[in-house]
Design a protein around this ligand. Sequence first.
Ligand code: FPP
Length: 235
Amino acid sequence: MANNKIQHIAIIMDGNGRWAEKRGLTRTEGHYAGSSNVKKIVKASIKYKVKYLSLYAFSTENWKRPKTEINILMKLLSRFIKKETEEFHRNNIRLLVSGDITVMPTGIRNEINRVIELTRNNTKFILNVCLNYGSRDEILNAVRSILKDFKKGKIKEERIDEKLFQKYLYNGELLPDPDLLIRTSGELRISNFLLWQIAYSEFYFTQTLWPDFNEQELGKAIEVYKKRNRRFGGL
Ligand code: FPP
């Protein structure tokens, strides 16, 4: 029986809106509940000996949502960062952000950079928040940077392989590929998330809506993952 190691989990946190609707609450309250759940899942991941957690918090496509909802999501992110940072730092947790944050509101951007710097040497657990993240965007940026370095003579064409390419992705030198990708709320899509990195990841889809996805559910996903037969293209 397989007993796969797990070090990196990536989650598409979906279903905040439906969670709220089912309870007669506003979408804002759904996002509130979703953001409270993040801390619980970080704790649970540490308990299950996971080392890296990547969370899809805001995609490059989410700007299409109504402005009021975007503002609420930004507020929640900024609140989360302000509220949880000290505790994360005390617990030796490092924060990384993947995505183009140059377009985020200045206040949030400064706060994010401060926390990334503060937690830089922490080693117990790495929380990678994907913000204004889009995988195609990430891949195109990598291609542009590789081209620039090629033109400067820093790299030779023959040296462009998977390993080098990975280094040009967001935090590419710090993050291993996810072992397990989870999407909550019953949608069966990847939605432009980590397309390069999930080449050999195991997928786990659950009907549970993100605010209800708890420690026990995470444990179930890990159990299922552990029993999968991972072959990486071999036999
Ligand atoms: C999906 O729910 C969720 C999002 C678009 C954003 C995820 C954001 C959070 C959980 C809050 C902030 C994050 C952090 C890291 C503190 P949806 O609105 O698409 O739900 P629906 O499909 O049911 O409408």
